[in-house]
Design a protein around this ligand. Structure first.
Ligand code: ZN
Length: 269
């Protein structure tokens, strides 16, 4: 353990003792079996500091974590953590962006999928969301995610949906219109919107980026009909749960911010 440039050794249980000036020293945890960790701790009296670190060598995969949490598959691999700190409320639009009604059974499927997928993606860190239906929106309203349906065929741009990543007041867009394009489709034999697409876009909305493994729900690119009702993989859920035990703004490899941070909005497809 390194505190303000001074080293202290932990015992077998991880306990350590350090003497600091009053202030907010930076505490770094390093070791061959953990992902390097750095946090700040306010010091104004004698106190016990409880810190956790991510164990290496077990089921944790640093490559996957960097893809899901840092946008390594498509972007920099250094994005700060974006996630929700409270269960979002969902505003489910009942009309598309041109005012045409969405099929009722389709709305029922989307609603049921979101209700189960929020606690699932976060391993219970977030609860089952309240879902409100209507023809307006809650865009830009903190605490809300708006689910809407563009009037155009999103597949012409190459995707079945897109979402603001971990953004309060952001949106999820689902493709509801248009024919198949070059043999690819967003539909299933039974539904216009695949449950897979809802869970994938919700994964983005909860703060996760793409992986490069086709057997993951957050895999980028196309999917086959056999994956139309796909669930998050066990490894995705494990790494998502770790992210939901870290504060917003946690950075690579595992550094908590000094204070609360405001992150610029980003969007994924
Ligand atoms: Zn995506």
């Amino acid at each position: 353990v390194n505190i303000n440039g001074q080293s202290a050794l932990t015992d077998a249980l991880g306990n350590f003792t350090s003497t600091q000036q009053f202030g907010t020293p930076r505490i770094s945890l390093t070791g061959v079996t953990i992902l390097p960790r750095s946090v700040s701790a306010a010091v104004n009296t004698s106190r016990t500091v409880n810190l956790d670190a991510i164990a290496l060598g077990g089921s944790f995969d640093p490559v996957l974590y960097r893809q899901m949490v840092r946008n390594a598959a498509d972007g920099t691999g250094n994005e700060p953590l974006r996630r929700w700190t409270r269960t979002p409320q969902i505003y489910l639009k009942t009309v598309d962006e041109a005012g045409e009604a969405i099929h009722g059974p389709m709305l029922d499927l989307i609603e049921a999928t979101i209700r189960s997928a929020v606690p699932q993606w976060t391993s219970g860190a977030l609860g089952t969301p309240m879902i409100t239906r209507g023809t307006g929106s809650q865009l830009g309203v903190p605490g809300w995610i708006t689910v809407r349906f563009p009037a155009t065929n999103m597949l012409l741009d190459g995707f079945c949906g897109r979402a603001d990543v971990g953004l309060e007041g952001g949106f999820i867009e689902l493709n509801y219109h248009g024919p198949d394009v070059n043999g690819s489709t967003c539909r299933t034999s039974a539904t216009v919107v695949a449950a897979r697409t809802v869970r994938h876009e919700l994964g983005h909305a909860l703060g996760f980026w793409h992986t490069d493994n086709p057997s993951d729900l957050m895999a980028r690119g196309g999917w086959s009909q056999s994956q139309a009702n796909m669930q998050p993989s066990a490894r995705e859920l494990l790494h998502a749960a770790i992210a939901y035990r870290r504060p917003v703004g946690n950075t690579f490899p595992d550094d908590d911010p000094l204070t609360a941070v405001n992150l610029a909005p980003m969007r994924a497809q």
